[in-house]
Design a protein around this ligand. Structure first.
Ligand code: SAM
Length: 186
């Protein structure tokens, strides 16, 4: 597997009516996905929001853990959050990854809905063959279709055929990273 990055999108996502929406950053999402990402060797974790005040808040949180009181309190958390980058749009994350890779990464989106998705085994093979991957997670009621349209593939839902399928993005991210980057022999 080449360079692997993750993005958590707070826009454009869907509201409960299926309209385009912008969610607020949840501190727990940032911490948990940063920790899962670091565990699986994710190179960068992009926190995406178009709201300036939200970016400022997220950067304050990261500064606290990187060189503030947090760094003295928990070095492991500092290490996890050191790979987090706050950006205005997921296209900025694509541009940053493209600049680091020297070519565009494979853009992979995720959804709890099965329409138009690629099975995990096939998705993992495509990720392993790519020079780099940017895996996109949503918030709210899921990623807006414009994100799926911009992706090279949408990975199949985790547990698609259950009577209840409402994973938090934190749980979905951890499961997805294990399926794509984990070693089943471990
Ligand atoms: N109903 C929404 C959907 O279809 O994605 C669930 C939104 S969930 C609160 C937020 C994000 O978690 C989704 O955008 C997706 O990235 C991820 N997610 C949640 N459930 C998932 C599942 N079963 N399979 C894959 N990703 C999932």
């Amino acid at each position: 597997m080449g360079r692997f990055a993750v993005a958590l999108l707070h826009h454009p996502v869907l509201d409960k009516k299926g309209d385009i929406y912008t969610t607020s950053i949840t501190n727990l999402d940032v911490h948990d996905i940063a920790r899962s990402g670091r565990t699986y060797g994710v190179a960068s974790f992009y926190v995406v929001t178009p709201i300036t005040a939200q970016r400022d808040m997220a950067n304050d949180i990261l500064r606290f853990w990187e060189d503030g009181k947090g760094a003295a309190r928990n070095k492991d958390r500092t290490e996890a959050l050191s790979r987090a980058v706050v950006v205005q749009a997921f296209t900025e994350a694509i541009a940053l990854e493209t600049a680091l890779l020297g070519e565009k990464p494979l853009i992979v989106s995720t959804s709890a809905k099965p329409e138009g998705t690629v099975p995990w085994k096939q998705a993992r093979a495509r990720c392993e063959a790519a020079p780099g991957v940017l895996l996109l997670f949503g918030t709210g009621h899921g990623l807006h279709h414009s994100v799926h349209d911009a992706a090279d593939m949408i990975i199949a839902p985790i547990c698609p055929n259950r009577d209840y399928n409402h994973l938090s993005v934190r749980s979905a991210a951890a499961i997805a990273l294990d399926r794509l980057l984990g070693n089943p022999e471990e």
